[in-house]
Design a protein around this ligand. Sequence first.
Ligand SMILES: Cc1cc2nc3c(=O)[nH]c(=O)nc-3n(C[C@H](O)[C@H](O)[C@H](O)COP(=O)(O)O)c2cc1C
Length: 175
Amino acid sequence: MEFMKALYERQSTRKFQKTTLSQGQIEIILKAGQAAPVGRKLFENLHITVVKNAEALAAIKAAAVEATGKPEANPLYDAPVLFLVSAKEADQPVNIANAAVIVENMHLQATEQFLGSCFLMGIMFNGTLAAPGLKGKLGIPEGFSPVAGLVVGYPHGYLIEREPTLDKISYNIVE
Ligand SMILES: Cc1cc2nc3c(=O)[nH]c(=O)nc-3n(C[C@H](O)[C@H](O)[C@H](O)COP(=O)(O)O)c2cc1C
């Protein structure tokens, strides 16, 4: 898929088929994340976790139910794979920006592979991933905290290419 097509087909998918991703698909997405710009070259402050394990995904869903008090909470949308970007000093703007651009690169790369994906930040800030023992279960290194994530899987149906627009976000040009 060409770049412009991936850009305009990128969209949030929240309904996934059960089929998981191959190692090759995961590595292509990881390489896109690794290609992201990183402020102050703080590569050592970042870590990516790929969660494919059904029990670990279920533990995150259960933690979200607990954290939100909503029995219907399903923040991963039953996607088969979750990419989590963690950072040291996770409250620092540069680390939040770094994690976000890594996720966006992976989001576009997933789209390029005709996969559905959805950017996630809610579970980082509503206490879900702070559930006792969860970070350890996910193998997130000591001193790192999850900042941004991406669920990926096969969508139901096709991704629909959207029309480019100038209307969604206001702008001004200083001539
Ligand atoms: C920083 C950021 C955080 C987001 N967090 C979530 C989230 O926690 N859960 C979710 O379902 N979508 C999340 N989204 C996806 C947005 O809701 C989505 O991008 C927006 O509604 C526009 O839709 P589109 O992606 O289909 O263009 C997030 C997107 C961004 C950029």
